[in-house]
Design a protein around this ligand. Structure first.
Ligand code: HXC
Length: 259
């Protein structure tokens, strides 16, 4: 069980921190002692999320940033260090996605998702590096991907390619930056029932039951399942883990149900 001390004194920046898995990670981190900076495209949303964390006694700040813009990302990193004095954990969580057969996907549709997911993750890693390197805890980068980036994702080639790219980038950086004490890992969530993405792409599309059956456990996961993995990787509990991809998907990627 994690304690209130698990992330005590650490500073984390979470992209896409205003909603869904990002907000769950931010809230959990704050409960376990971390100071958190939430960034997202929607200023009102990230401010409200930070206010809710502060309301329950956590240390949180928020800032508008579009991860497609390197200057935005760098400004968010700099603001984090200015407000909290350090940056120890970067969570690359911001993502964009939609279902579209590849033959019908416009070049701009492709570029948009690659920009948010893959380029946004690179921008975060690059901007955070000098600070993670001087972290007294040892820096930790955690990027949220999916095993569909490994297996392929018919109907979401853009997101699949981006997530596969993030996995590769993370493994590269784990080696390049290991000597700086920075650990670089990914988490692969399966279908997480209480998120907007699964609601829109699966449940609203009438595929909820089918997608749940596609997991070995026969059910959707919860945002807390992903936040727990992020705590492990962000804390000393995972201090010898780098270049890894923690699969939190209920056995989804191992099981196939036709139909
Ligand atoms: C085809 C589409 C499309 C769709 C957008 N486009 N939606 N093409 N089908 N449903 C095309 C547009 O036509 C346009 O190309 C280009 O993509 C950019 O679209 P914009 O709407 O201008 O972009 P923007 O406003 O920046 O929005 C980005 C977005 C949007 C990714 C398209 O969906 C978004 O903001 N999403 C953020 C939230 C999100 O997706 N969260 C889910 C993440 S969940 P043209 O050529 O017309 O200019 C996740 C895991 C899901 O990643 C796991 C499920 C199991």
């Amino acid at each position: 069980m994690f304690t209130n001390e698990t992330l005590q004194g650490r500073v984390a920046l979470i992209t896409g921190g205003g909603t869904g898995i990002g907000l769950e990670i931010a809230t959990t981190y704050a409960r376990l002692g971390a100071s958190v900076m939430l960034v997202g495209r929607n200023e009102e949303r990230v401010q409200a999320a930070a206010a809710a964390i502060t309301q329950e006694g956590g240390k949180a700040q928020a800032m508008r940033a579009d991860v497609r813009n390197y200057d935005d990302v760098k400004a968010a990193v700099d603001a984090t260090v200015e407000k909290f004095g350090a940056l120890d954990i970067l969570v690359n969580n911001a993502a964009g996605n939609f279902v579209c057969p590849t033959a019908e996907l416009s070049p701009n549709g492709w570029r948009t998702v690659i920009d948010i997911d893959l380029n946004g993750t690179f921008y975060g890693c690059h901007a955070a590096y000098p600070h993670l390197k001087t972290s007294t805890f040892g820096g930790s980068i955690i990027s949220i991907i999916t095993m569909l980036g490994v297996t392929g994702w018919p109907g979401a080639a853009h997101a699949s390619a981006a997530k596969g790219g993030i996995l590769s980038l993370s493994r590269t950086l784990a080696v390049e930056w290991g000597g700086d004490g920075i650990r670089v890992n990914t988490i692969s969530p399966g279908p997480i029932g209480d998120t907007e993405g699964v609601q829109r792409m699966y449940i609203d599309a009438g595929k909820g039951d089918l997608e749940a059956r596609k997991t070995a456990l026969g059910r959707f996961g919860r945002k807390a399942d992903i936040a727990n993995a992020a705590v492990y990787l962000g804390s000393d509990l995972g201090s010898y883990v780098t270049g890894d991809n923690i699969i939190v998907d209920g056995g989804r990627w191992l099981k196939y149900v036709a139909g």
